[in-house]
Design a binder for this molecule. Structure first.
Ligand code: ATP
Ligand code: MG
Length: 326
């Protein structure tokens, strides 16, 4: 149904907004003529016109960018949100409406090896391709890169880092270590400088604070002003058994290896124990990566004993190759 406006003896055009207007003249009971303008807004999702997002090349590119990551559905949805908002903002601008640039600072919370650093690095490339970041570089920093040794040095170091990060992503790992030494510590100065610079340059770079969930929660509770400055709080969940096995298969196939059926069962049984009796330091995908890399070395040693090997031999990781550090 079209929206319509009533005007007494006035004409109305709105070509800038690109709407189709149908006029209709009516007489009201006091003899005044109303000109009724029916706006027939161009619909973008009816049967004839494909939706803006469907068949969108850029969106396909994002999907491809992150398709190699197993799981991370929440993160993938957020990327689509950011992209959709960017697209609609440019359409709004074209039609003379306000389009506020998005503030994209993020908190990444997840256990070891859940993909925080890898995803952040990939995000900088993806957002550059989508024209959301002007340079798309990635700067990874930790406490020592921000905190100085004398008064004033910390603010300067932190400002310099942000200057370098403009147009890209500044990723601060184990961000809670900035609050480590209490009120007298220079880490406090780094946090205050970050907050100030986030406001001043909020359109020009993305700040990502990353760390383990409990520590990050405590850190954000202690710094309430900080939490609300990050529109995106992204959880990186532990991978379940099937996801860990998918990651193993993927890491192997990226290197042109495959796991024999017995090898897969051996790995599955081992990872089942790991996921059931989860130790707090269990390193998720990194743990799996290490197992595959070790089994590749074990396979090489095994094949050294052979006189000849086929392509299949060179590709296959057997259950003997799969070994676990105790
Ligand atoms: N979803 C995934 N799919 C495939 N590989 C993954 C995935 N998540 C992580 N990895 C791999 O696991 C390894 C560890 O990931 P990463 O270093 O990004 O984890 P992290 O969360 O930053 O860990 P930490 O908290 O210890 O710094 C990397 O080699 C990465 O490629
Ligand atoms: Mg990391």
């Amino acid at each position: 149904m079209g929206v319509y406006h009533k005007f007494h003896f006035s004409t109305y055009t709105d070509s800038a907004r690109g709407d189709n207007l149908n006029t209709q003249m009516t007489h009201n009971d006091r003899g005044k003529i109303n000109i009724v303008l029916h706006e027939q807004r161009r619909k973008t999702n009816n049967k004839d016109t494909p939706s803006i997002l469907k068949n969108n090349e850029e969106l396909k590119q994002i999907d491809e960018h992150f398709s190699s990551f197993i799981g991370l559905t929440h993160f993938k949805e957020i990327i689509k949100e950011i992209y959709a908002t960017k697209l609609m903002n440019s359409k709004r601008e074209q039609m003379g409406l306000n389009a506020n640039k998005q503030v994209l600072h993020m908190i990444f919370k997840g256990n070891p090896g859940t993909g925080k650093t890898t995803v952040a690095r990939e995000l900088s490339k993806a957002l550059y391709k989508l024209n959301i970041l002007s340079k798309g570089h990635f700067i990874e920093a930790e406490r020592a890169d921000l905190v100085g040794e004398y008064i004033g040095q910390t603010a300067q170091k932190t400002r310099n880092l942000i200057q370098k990060a403009l147009g890209g992503i500044l990723f601060i790992d184990e961000a809670y270590s900035l609050a480590r030494g209490g009120h007298k510590d220079f880490g406090r100065e780094a946090i205050d400088t970050l907050v100030k610079q986030m406001e001043d340059y909020h359109n020009d770079f993305i700040l990502i604070l990353a760390g383990y969930p409990l520590e990050m929660d405590r850190f954000l509770q202690l710094n309430p002003g900080l939490k609300s400055r990050f529109p995106f709080h992204i959880p990186f969940h532990d991978y379940d058994l099937d996801q860990l096995l998918d990651i193993a298969t993927q890491i192997a196939s990226e290197r042109e290896y495959e796991l024999s059926e017995k090898a897969q069962w051996k790995l599955r049984n081992h990872l089942r124990d790991k996921t059931v009796y989860k130790a707090s330091h269990f390193a998720n995908a990194r743990y799996v990566r290490n197992i595959i890399e070790k089994s590749i070395r074990m396979q090489a040693i095994r094949l050294l004993q052979e006189t000849d090997c086929t392509v299949k031999d060179l590709m296959q990781l057997t259950s003997d190759d799969i070994q676990f550090d105790s």
